[in-house]
Write a protein that binds this ligand. Structure first.
Ligand code: FPP
Length: 249
């Protein structure tokens, strides 16, 4: 057991993906505009990154802007783009110094040129960092990702016999990133919302009613403890199950 956290180190997830839901409700509860919720959510992201470094979890993926989020009111979409730009301007140097590698998953084409270039430069600057890989899903959709992969597989003339799980994974935006072990969704919604639909095939889920801006270190710890008590069987039977069977024979 880890003295500080009560966690069993060998049952710690390697990769956690988070659907940061509930910013709008958080703002509404306070009579504030939705963007204030997104700003509070962004502040919480900073705290979350710190907690990941503290707990030694090397991969974090955040669902920050989906392919469906373009349908939100234009001031919210513009506000979110602005937040991303501000964060890159103000936080990149520190993230780099802290050893955070930034990755982008999704499609950059639709972003305004200046922002697109900032994202690309941030990814390039931090590409050799090792402490934490932070994948930012921005203009990301799981179906879009699979469509892109299929198109590229066809363009590359891959023979049907060579199509395997490994090959498909290598064509996704997440190529080279291990599949998530744990997906956390805040605000109580029980949906996948087009997030990592290929990669999450054997991820454990943790849903909490806590709204994203309030999801703090203690909440993360609760999710980690819940995960450490799971029996991940990947469709097989557990060691306990084998024992039960043997005993019954
Ligand atoms: C979901 O809550 C949240 C989003 C769609 C946006 C999340 C984005 C951020 C926190 C911005 C920070 C990210 C980076 C990388 C700078 P919601 O608006 O759907 O909440 P609701 O369901 O309560 O309305």
């Amino acid at each position: 057991m880890d003295e500080l956290t009560g966690l069993i180190p060998e049952k710690k997830p390697n990769h956690i993906a988070i659907i940061m839901d509930g910013n709008g409700r958080w703002a509404k509860n306070r009579g504030l505009p939705r963007l204030s919720g997104h700003r509070a959510g962004t502040e919480n992201l900073r705290r979350t990154i710190r907690a990941f470094v503290e707990f030694g979890i090397p991969y974090l993926t955040i669902y920050a802007f989906s392919t469906e989020n373009w349908e939100r009111p234009s001031d919210e979409v513009e506000g979110l783009m602005h937040i991303l730009e501000e964060v890159l301007d103000s936080e990149l140097a520190e993230l780099h110094q802290e050893g955070v590698r930034l990755k982008h998953i999704g499609r950059l084409e639709r972003l305004e040129k200046g922002l697109r270039e900032k994202v690309q430069q941030s990814v390039e600057l931090t590409e050799n960092n090792k402490r934490l890989t932070l994948c930012i899903a921005w203009n990301y959709g799981g179906r879009d990702e699979i469509n892109c992969a299929i198109k590229q597989i066809i363009k590359d003339g891959v023979s049907p016999d060579d199509v395997t799980d490994k090959l498909v994974s290598s064509y996704l935006f997440t190529a080279g990133i291990p599949d998530p072990d744990l997906i956390i969704r805040t605000s109580g919604e029980m949906r996948i919302s087009n997030f990592l639909i290929w990669q999450s095939s054997y991820a454990e889920w943790y849903v909490t009613p806590t709204l994203w801006p309030d999801f703090d270190r203690e909440e993360l710890l609760k999710a980690l403890i819940s995960y450490s008590n799971r029996d991940r069987r990947y469709g097989k039977i557990s060691v306990c199950g084998e024992d039960v069977e043997k005993n019954a024979q």
